[in-house]
Design a protein around this ligand. Structure first.
Ligand code: CO
Length: 133
């Protein structure tokens, strides 16, 4: 498997507008893309950092995994997205190597990407997203 780039670092926040304003005022980072991802129950704001992004994530529903994350762990780093050329192949290779997949098959992500998540239990405590553009 070849990871081609750190696609994004996802940060769970309670107040998306406040977080966007903080990143703009404090770090000069501006929003490149915003999207509501209904199936995941989240709204995201992608802040451009060179060829990668900071993904600010906020829950839009109580039953969203990000809502549960914030309730148990508080705000903070939620997952790391690694860019790959072929999500299905990268997922298969990771599973063959012993990683536990959350997604059995790649699925649509935001901004037209194809994504799959690997469970933190077999990834040294970090939720990992494989991102194919
Ligand atoms: Co992500």
């Amino acid at each position: 498997m070849a990871l081609t780039e750190v696609d994004h670092v996802a940060i769970a926040v309670k107040d998306l507008e406040a977080a966007i304003a903080w990143y703009a005022e404090t770090l000069g980072a501006s929003v490149a893309h915003r999207e509501v991802i209904e199936r995941d129950g989240v709204e995201e704001a992608l802040l451009a950092v060179a060829d990668s992004y900071i993904q600010l994530l906020t829950p839009i529903r109580e039953d969203s995994t990000v809502a549960k994350f914030i309730a148990t762990k508080g705000e903070g780093i939620h997952h790391v997205g690694y860019r790959v050329e072929d999500c299905a192949r990268a997922l298969n290779q990771a599973v063959e190597a012993g990683a536990r997949a959350i997604d059995a098959q790649p699925r649509p992500g935001s901004r037209g990407t194809t994504v799959a998540f690997l469970h933190p239990k077999t990834a040294f405590g970090t939720l990992i997203e494989l991102v194919e553009e």
